[in-house]
Design a protein around this ligand. Structure first.
Ligand code: HEC
Ligand code: HEC
Ligand code: HEC
Length: 236
């Protein structure tokens, strides 16, 4: 798919037009950079379910807890699991990695996704929210086309596959932390880390006809674990 965009603005009375071409292939976004959690400022803000759940997990501070101040603080062999985006394109100049297991470790480089949330089709900061209300499935498609990954839907085929990039189920696994033998109990780990909540898309999916399900198959959960009940909402 090819997406062209014309942006015009006024400089000293002269109209300047900037033409930016961006391409996106389904689920692949060329040039997306890692923005870090500070790029996810809505989710990390107070009261956002995903952000609040995330902050309770050791993913969010494992670098500080395990590597900071040790000789391994910048060791690539540790950062591949206790850090994010080692050796990848990071938006902030000069950074070689992002500390901790950040959102983008599982959801992919976020710069294109961030742009669309801030200014979908050049229509301003509320445009994406409006699309989400009006047509949640198209909104989901647009996010995935911008590079957003959700395991079990458009990323790794199953959620477990994603977890096993950094976890292991047998003590003899080669892809394992040299500092601990603790194996992952997947079902229990998923329950702890599960940060789905009920949103517009879930409501639409519940009411979809079989025909629509076929049409939107590429955007629906394929991993059965994603059909398990959501966590009850915490009391405010
Ligand atoms: C394959 C991914 C992976 C790699 C590589 C890795 N770790 Fe870990 N590490 C983990 C996971 C996952 C845990 C937590 C396991 C659990 O609690 O279930 C962990 C736990 C730890 C702990 C806590 C151990 C404890 O006693 O609970 C320390 C310290 C640690 N890692 C340091 C390191 C250092 C230093 C390196 C590099 C030399 C490293 N890790 C490489 C995934 C990894
Ligand atoms: C990029 C690497 C990475 C990926 C991918 C990853 N983890 Fe982890 N996970 C870690 C590390 C590192 C720790 C160790 C945290 C510590 O003890 O410092 C950990 C610890 C955990 C813990 C125990 C800590 C806690 O706060 O309860 C759970 C539960 C967990 N992970 C669940 C998951 C699940 C479920 C998935 C897949 C959806 C997953 N992880 C994917 C790196 C990863
Ligand atoms: C360890 C991997 C991992 C990390 C880190 C992670 N996610 Fe997720 N995320 C997943 C997986 C897997 C799913 C689908 C199932 C679930 O919720 O566990 C998901 C689902 C979601 C959803 C969909 C929720 C819904 O209602 O359907 C949102 C939104 C989300 N994550 C946002 C975030 C944000 C924001 C962060 C960082 C603050 C984050 N995630 C960090 C793995 C991760």
């Amino acid at each position: 798919m090819f997406g062209g965009r014309m942006v015009s603005f006024l400089v000293g009375g002269i109209v300047v037009s900037v033409c930016s071409l961006s391409f996106s292939l389904s689920n692949l976004s060329f040039g997306a950079e890692y923005t870090g959690n500070s790029g996810c400022k809505c989710h990390m803000g107070k009261g956002c379910f995903e952000g609040e759940e995330y902050k309770e997990r050791l993913h969010s501070n494992t670098w500080e807890k395990r590597l900071k101040g040790t000789p391994d603080a910048e060791n690539p062999d540790c950062l591949k699991c206790h850090g994010t985006a080692y050796g990848e394109k990071i938006a902030e100049a000069g950074k070689k990695y992002l500390p901790n297991v950040q959102c983008e470790a599982c959801h992919g480089a976020g710069s294109e996704y961030k742009k669309l949330k801030e200014n979908y089709e050049g229509k301003g900061k509320d445009a994406f929210k409006e699309l989400l209300k009006k047509d949640p499935l198209t909104a989901r498609k647009v996010q995935y086309d911008a590079g957003l990954i959700v395991a079990g839907i458009n990323g790794p085929a199953t959620v477990k596959e994603q977890c096993l990039k950094c976890h292991w189920e047998s003590k003899d696994d080669k892809n394992k932390c040299p500092k601990t033998d603790k194996v992952m109990d997947y079902k229990d780990a998923f329950k702890k880390d599960d940060h789905r909540d009920n949103d517009e898309i879930d409501d639409v999916i519940k009411k979809m006809s079989a025909e629509d399900k076929k049409k939107w198959a590429s955007l629906l959960p394929k991993d059965e674990i994603l059909n398990t009940p959501l966590k009850p909402k915490k009391k405010e």
